[in-house]
Design a protein around this ligand. Structure first.
Ligand code: GDP
Length: 358
């Protein structure tokens, strides 16, 4: 499954957040036979639609989708030149599908900042500079070979042009992802550049920041087009120890409607370019994870490879239509249930039953 790699400067709250991610027991509860690596934290994607489906179909249990985060050892200045943990760090990031950067915006005199001050913009720059430098090195190595190969093989000239454009963006001190509206990230996919991965920013904040909409907007703008999540990592770990009522009280006290881990799950899912579709029956109401743009047979393959191979068609009703109709029969009577073929592109909230040959 796809993962977000957690990075950030020392002492910004990565471990605190990661512990909250690993202690929520999502996998243990829902997927007892899954093996989880010690450095992987999993969080449920909240989806109230599953509760309603379970009600409509009398499902025994609910299985939400999950998002996985990998803990990547702390970055240090100089990582790109292979100092200390540098090389291993970059190798670990390369394996992640997206980069989740934790940034400190909480004030606490008892927690030392590596550079002696809380400055989220400077911190972001430190991390991004290392990633940008690493990509520049990759391109410096790749370009001479690409130039040579492109002379013989015209098919490579598009990749060469894209690589040169990427170099320009990096030279300007920007990550490729931040330029995604003017630069086609998929054009350099085979070069495995770190800053071409999607970014997500987690601002580890205190109540002062969490309730300051102008400050949040400023930070959000600074990292756009990446998603931004604001949470208090310390509170998130405390929430897991509390019953629902006390948890809500604690959230209220810092001006939050819901746990930050929920927001993180949604943003992580979005950052990875994922989407869900839903199935429901007497046994379970379940969300299945697919990529945005996946077709019906591809979606069927997530349940079982035989479903993809033997795909005939998919019986689909949009969640909203089913919710309004109240039962599957009423949805059918209202003409809301469609048969879709192999070219159908799945939409968010599709409630599906696949027909297939075995
Ligand atoms: P890491 O080095 O990035 O993994 O940071 P840690 O998670 O170890 O956190 C460093 C210190 O900051 C620890 O003493 C944490 O208890 C504290 N800390 C983490 N998150 C918060 C937060 O949101 N607020 C405050 N006040 N302290 C925090």
């Amino acid at each position: 499954s796809l993962t977000l790699g957690i990075v950030g400067l020392p002492n910004v709250g990565k471990s605190t957040l990661f512990n909250a991610l690993t202690r929520n027991d999502v996998l243990a509860a829902n997927y007892p036979f899954a093996t989880i690596e010690p450095n992987v934290g999993v969080v449920e994607l909240p989806d109230a639609r599953l509760d309603r489906l379970a009600e409509i179909f009398g499902s025994e249990r609910i299985l939400p989708a999950v998002v996985s985060f990998v803990d990547i050892a702390g970055i240090v200045k100089g990582a790109s030149v292979g100092e200390g943990m540098g090389n291993q760090f970059l190798a670990n990031i390369r394996e992640a599908d997206a980069i989740c950067q934790v940034v400190r915006v909480f004030a606490d005199d008892d927690v030392v900042h590596v550079d002696g001050r809380v400055d989220p913009f400077a911190d972001i720059e430190v991390i991004e500079t290392e990633l940008i430098l690493a990509d520049m090195q990759t391109l410096e190595k790749a370009l001479p070979r690409l130039e040579k190969d492109a002379r013989k093989n015209k098919d490579l000239s598009a990749l060469l042009d894209a690589a040169k454009k990427a170099q320009e963006i990096l030279d300007g001190g920007k990550t490729l992802f931040s330029a995604k509206d003017s630069f086609d990230l998929s054009s350099v996919r085979e070069l495995h550049l770190l800053t071409a991965k999607p970014f997500l920013y987690v601002f580890n904040a205190d109540e002062g920041v969490l309730t300051d909409d102008a400050r949040k907007e400023e930070l959000r703008k600074a990292v756009a087009p990446a998603d931004a999540v604001f949470l208090d990592a310390k509170v998130e770990s405390e929430l897991l120890e509390l019953d629902e009522e006390d948890a809500q009280e604690l959230l209220d006290s810092i001006g939050q409607d819901e746990p930050g881990l929920r927001q993180l799950a949604r943003a992580g899912f979005h950052t990875l370019g994922l989407q869900t579709y839903l199935t429901a029956g007497p046994k379970e109401a379940r969300a299945w994870t697919i990529r945005q743009g996946d077709t019906a047979p591809k979606a069927a393959g997530v349940i079982h490879t035989d479903f993809e191979k033997g795909f005939i068609k998919a019986e689909i009703v949009s969640y909203d239509d089913l919710d309004a109709a109240g039962t599957m029969n009423d949805a059918k009577a209202a003409g809301k249930v469609r048969m879709e073929g192999k070219d159908y592109v799945m939409a968010d909230g599709d409630v599906v039953e696949f027909r297939f040959n075995v």
